[in-house]
Write a protein that binds this ligand. Structure first.
Ligand SMILES: [Zn+2]
Length: 346
């Protein structure tokens, strides 16, 4: 990597808004604190967040299948509480935001803003009133499903499998979309199957996003979006976050050059099909969660193409080296997701 691109990338990261649209932070913090760890974010993440100049991070609330159905609700609530408690000692540097005003305040003061999103509505069972309860806990986005069926929709297959799963939204799933839009929660289509995506496209009245999905045309994996889906999502105002899970993107973490090259190809393809103002990052870095959660129900481990957020600089330098314009990179780094959040948050 030429040094000139690295220095250029560092300057852009300092000046522009940097967003990670998907990180399983709450789940990992909860697991680690259960085992007695404290200051999880400060000790394990903060240095790399600051190195990357990260401004906004979406923390998903992810309940693993072993805790469903009975423990879905308490575990999801406990994850949110654990994350808030973990961030309390470093509240001058990083904290949960749940309104546009709080987001703007964090950006203005140089604090990292954490947005909460449910990765699957499993914790609410079939009770849409609990959507409001999660809204009141600060949750501002949700996917209807993870890669598993529930009362609202069917997920696509897990990242390490390869099978088309059919079946769209249930009636309750359509009601959930309407309720989320009414509350001011964005809909996240990552993990939905193709039928579910088509149903969202038909019933959503507001822009929706795919927080952590790549392009099927670059790597055929059912977690990824077809070109027609990418174009449709973009045309209604959505943003797609490029996923750095090796299985989903189609590369191994090593050698590094190939891992970074693979991510660049997804960014470039998504920008070509969606338009560059509809692409962001939702890295889905899972090594930390995998290490903290033995026997997780997903089957992908040690698969992150970026080893920590500081490596975003390497990715940005690579994109610049391949000819990406500075203003395009600024949008992909975070400007595009920021626009989406500003429109969505009340
Ligand atoms: Zn996911």
């Amino acid at each position: 990597m030429e040094e000139v691109f690295v220095e250029w990338a560092k300057a852009i990261h300092r000046e522009q808004t940097v967003v990670d649209g998907h990180l399983d932070l709450a789940a990992e913090v909860y697991r680690r604190r259960l085992h007695g760890e404290r200051d999880v974010v400060e000790r394990r993440y903060l240095r790399s967040f600051l190195e990357a100049g990260l401004n906004v991070c979406v923390s998903s609330v992810f309940v693993s299948s072993g805790d469903l159905p009975e423990k879905g609700l308490p575990v999801a609530m406990a994850q949110i509480a654990a994350l808030r408690e973990d961030l309390e000692p470093v509240r001058d540097v990083i904290g949960v935001v749940s309104s546009r005003e709080e987001l703007e305040g964090a950006l203005r003061d140089g604090r990292i803003a954490v947005l909460l999103s449910l990765e699957g509505l499993d914790p609410i069972g079939t009770d849409l009133y609990l959507l409001r309860a999660f809204y009141d806990m600060g949750v501002r986005g949700a996917g209807l499903t993870w890669s598993r069926p529930n009362a609202f929709a069917r997920g696509c297959c897990k990242a390490g499998e390869f099978a088309e799963i059919h079946g769209g939204l249930t009636e309750l799933g359509r009601e959930a979309v309407a309720k989320m839009e009414e509350l001011g929660m964005y809909v996240d289509v990552s993990h939905l199957n193709n039928d579910g995506f088509a149903d969202i496209l038909e019933c959503a009245k507001k822009p929706f996003m795919a927080s952590h999905s790549d392009a099927w045309s670059v790597h055929e994996n059912y977690r990824n979006l077809r070109d027609d889906q990418i174009a449709a999502l973009a045309s209604q105002g959505g943003v797609i976050g490029v996923n750095a899970c090796g299985t989903i993107a189609g590369a191994a973490p090593f050698p590094r050059e190939q891992a970074i090259d693979c991510l660049c190809r997804h960014v470039e393809h998504l920008a070509a099909v969606a338009g560059e103002e509809h692409v962001g990052f939702g890295f889905d870095l899972c090594n930390g969660l995998s290490a903290s959660t033995p026997r997780l129900s997903f089957d992908v481990e040690e698969d992150d193409l970026l080893l920590h957020h500081g490596e975003m600089l390497t990715l940005s330098a690579a994109l610049l080296g391949r000819g990406m314009r500075e203003d395009t990179l600024a949008g992909v780094l975070g400007g595009n997701f920021l626009r989406f959040f500003r429109e969505t948050l009340s």
